[in-house]
Write a protein that binds this ligand. Sequence first.
Ligand SMILES: [Zn+2]
Length: 101
Amino acid sequence: MTRVFQGNDPVEPYLLRDWLARNGVAVQLRGASLLGVVGGIPIPKSFPTLWVPEYQKLDAERLIAQFSGPALVHPEWECKQCGEINAPSFGSCWNCQAEAP
Ligand SMILES: [Zn+2]
């Protein structure tokens, strides 16, 4: 296994892990240990890192580059059929049920 990503916040590594997994990368998230919980808010000791098999390193790096580009800046997608803006989690348009691009 080889490390392809060091998180800068506690959330992004999880999003990225799901993104890589959806694209067929056997990704592992490590180092998600928490220092403790203060007032209901978990305090991360260190942010998680992502690891992939050596042979998938290039694929993973390419996907990470895509992910940290437009995917994070504009997570919503615009329906090609009716022009509605949809949340990134929607697989089809909430308005006209057209497939997400
Ligand atoms: Zn639509």
